[in-house]
Write a protein that binds this ligand. Structure first.
Ligand SMILES: [Zn+2]
Length: 70
């Protein structure tokens, strides 16, 4: 199951994508849920459990938008 994350902020000025890392999820677990960027649908968390990660914001390495868990 894919869950689209909630976009909370635009990219910061001067943000540059890191092309070598843009397709690598920030978190990889052993659950059955993928969290994808709310803007570009890049996978940020792969195979995690719902609720496993909370209270943090993730900056998408591909588009630079900030995402948070709902
Ligand atoms: Zn993105």
């Amino acid at each position: 199951m894919d869950i689209q994350m909630k976009v909370t902020a635009l990219p910061e000025a001067g943000f540059r994508t890191v092309s070598s890392n843009e397709n690598i999820p920030i978190f990889v677990g052993k659950g059955n849920t993928n969290y994808v960027c709310g803007n570009c649908e890049n996978a940020l968390c792969e195979n995690v459990d719902v609720g496993q990660i909370s209270g943090i914001k993730l900056v998408c390495p591909k588009c630079g938008w900030q995402n948070e868990f709902e």
